[in-house]
Design a protein around this ligand. Structure first.
Ligand code: FSX
Ligand code: SF4
Ligand code: F3S
Length: 390
């Protein structure tokens, strides 16, 4: 794109965002007891910290740095959007990832600040009152609320593996009903995006992805759990654009899931140099070598962990010395082989055979995952020949 065209497109984008923020700011605030400024201050952050955070989110959403003030403005109107958060079959790690870090992050503060109309693990209400809250929120904010769902949806035995509340309402019906009048639907975590651990073979409860119980578009934010940045970024994207983000073939936002873990991994230099950890605790492990041979699935996994990390950017699986398990990919429990071991040749050929090394999730389409593992395996094998054990 030439400079003129780029400036024009930035101008258009700026106008879209300004219009959207203006529209949202006209809506009534849903919470009187909080302002983002106060939440940030009470969380121990300065305005400077907040702007730094907004700058990082702007970059993450692939927007130019000059959009940072607009992103910060968008956060301020986040309390106009009611959020309904449902739990299906899962471990609640997705909520934990976002909300229960030892010290609050700006991301978690934003979740405290938005109007969570219904969230089973956080709200004070219980029993009949909780059920009533959900019905009221759906009715009151019809067509306006964002639905976030955590967990797979069990369909087996007519949905009876997950019943919630006094009337024994089935999880699948609760999710389907809540989806009907939502303004946007986010499947938070791999369970909700693809079925997750519940759906691992033999999938006794018949668990499926959220997208199987609604005809409406679902934005998948996978990861077991997903990073807080991917969750908050998806919300921010919706606030700014008011539309669905560009999605890959698995309905994951491209701004977060377009690159493989392997593409930006801090150990990538060692992979390219053929320097591998052969066993946990060996000299290579101490030197921070590549974890491919001890089971890292980073070359087949699209997610932003190597850029964003977890726990306030402190660390991520590869940094602590345990390879990526492929947790943001569909059916990773079944397709990523044994934990701690590289994928076996047979699986490479069945799942990845015939794909080019530059393949993206889109190009691969419905076949699973990413680049040709044959190529990856060949690289690892060649490196053994080139680099005999020292
Ligand atoms: Fe699943 Fe989230 Fe993994 Fe757990 O709920 S994505 S099991 S971290 O908590 O749904
Ligand atoms: Fe990093 Fe894993 Fe790729 Fe090695 S195989 S470079 S540890 S992502
Ligand atoms: Fe999951 Fe791999 Fe990231 S296991 S958390 S996608 S490093």
């Amino acid at each position: 794109m030439d400079i003129d065209a780029r400036e024009k497109s930035h101008k258009t984008l700026r106008e879209i965002f300004e219009k959207r923020i203006k529209q949202l700011s006209k809506l009534p605030r849903l919470r009187d007891d909080a302002s983002i400024e106060r939440s940030i201050e009470e969380g121990g952050f300065s305005r400077r910290d907040f702007m730094k955070w907004a700058g990082a989110m702007t970059a993450m959403l692939s927007l130019p740095a000059s959009f940072t003030p607009l992103v910060a403005e968008a956060v301020k109107v986040a309390d106009r959007l009611p959020v309904v958060w449902l739990h299906m079959a899962e471990c609640t790690g997705c909520s934990e990832s976002l909300l229960r870090s030892a010290s609050p992050t700006i991301d978690s503060l934003i979740f405290d600040y938005i109007s969570l109309e219904y969230h089973e693990t956080l709200m004070a209400a219980a029993g009949w009152q909780a059920e009533q809250n959900l019905e009221n929120a759906i009715e009151k904010y019809k067509g306006r609320y964002i639905l976030m769902v955590e967990g797979g949806v069990p369909l087996g035995n007519a949905g009876s593996f997950l019943t919630i509340g006094g009337h024994g309402k089935k999880g699948r019906d609760i999710a389907a009903d809540a989806a009907k009048d939502a303004a946007a639907i986010f499947a938070i975590g791999t369970c909700s995006s693809f079925g997750g651990v519940q759906a691992a073979a033999p999938n006794p409860t018949g668990a499926v992805a959220l997208s199987e119980v609604t005809d409406k578009p679902v934005i998948n934010v996978p990861g077991c759990p997903p990073s807080e940045k991917n969750i908050v970024g998806t919300l921010l994207h919706f606030l700014l654009y008011g539309t669905l983000p560009a999605l890959d073939v698995y309905n994951r936002p491209k701004w977060a899931y377009r690159l493989r873990i392997h593409d930006l991994c801090e150990r990538r230099g060692h992979f390219d140099a053929g320097e591998f950890v052969e066993r946990y605790g060996d000299e290579g492990a101490k030197d921070g070598y590549c974890l491919y041979k001890v089971g890292c699935k980073g070359p087949y996994t699209f997610n932003s962990c190597s850029r964003n990390k977890f726990n306030q950017g402190t660390s991520w699986p590869v940094q602590v010395g345990f390879g990526c398990m492929g947790c943001s990919e569909p059916d990773f429990w079944d397709t990523m082989g044994t934990v701690g071991e590289p994928l076996k040749d047979k699986l490479y050929h069945t799942v990845f055979g015939g794909m080019g090394a530059d393949a993206t999730a889109d190009k691969i389409g419905v076949s699973l995952l990413t680049v040709t593992a044959v190529g990856i395996a060949a690289h690892a094998a060649i490196s053994v020949i080139k680099k005999p054990k020292e």
